[in-house]
Design a protein around this ligand. Sequence first.
Ligand SMILES: CC(C)(COP(=O)(O)OP(=O)(O)OC[C@H]1O[C@@H](n2cnc3c(N)ncnc32)[C@H](O)[C@@H]1OP(=O)(O)O)[C@@H](O)C(=O)NCCC(=O)NCCS
Length: 200
Amino acid sequence: MINIPQIKVRHLSLGDDINQVARLIYYTDEYIFPYLFDNDIKKGIPVLADMVKNNTIYNYNNVTAGFLHEKIVGIVISQNTPITIDLHEMANCFVRCGVSVGDRFAKVYNEYYKLLEDEPDGIYIANVCVDKLYRKMGFAKAMLNSLLDDKNTYRLETVKDNAGALHLYQSLGFEIDCEYPGFTEVPCYRMTRKSKIKGD
Ligand SMILES: CC(C)(COP(=O)(O)OP(=O)(O)OC[C@H]1O[C@@H](n2cnc3c(N)ncnc32)[C@H](O)[C@@H]1OP(=O)(O)O)[C@@H](O)C(=O)NCCC(=O)NCCS
């Protein structure tokens, strides 16, 4: 791994480059977001940016960002559970951006977002993404290390064949709980990093 002393990790604020955050959200999952926006990132960016500004799981308060020379090169989105997914608030982001809310949104809502409301107690990590040009340089690890502590239990999901993500999470103490058919039946792992507080 290359050591990058210039890396800065901090919470996102509304003055930051929200479109870059939206872009990184889009690239977090190769199944969900290209499907949701019909493979058109130009539709996805304004809608996801609107979600970052509004009361959705992608709200800027949930975003930890990695910066290199003031440029956002990575994001981690996490939220304490229970999570409430406001369907109307999400749909309004599409409407405001002139992107139609159709069957694709209904499918992603039913098969992904709605299920987040059943997450057990702890912290759910919804998105981890590093810009393609800056991968394997320690950004994801630095962002997650700034977030993780031994008090809380963290949960996340990853596509089974995502070797990079799997290696990253296991190196940070996450363990595989189970395999399940994720969105569009793609095999996924559910992973947990347990609290180290006794009795938890
Ligand atoms: C997965 C991802 C977030 C990793 O980010 P990154 O900044 O490149 O990861 P890091 O440089 O911090 O690497 C952390 C560890 O994982 C390893 N790793 C990273 N990418 C890897 C890959 N493609 N294959 C194997 N190992 C990999 C690193 O070597 C490092 O190992 P070490 O701690 O033993 O030295 C990045 O590849 C990405 O954004 N992918 C697309 C979106 C995605 O899949 N997100 C995860 C969704 S669950």
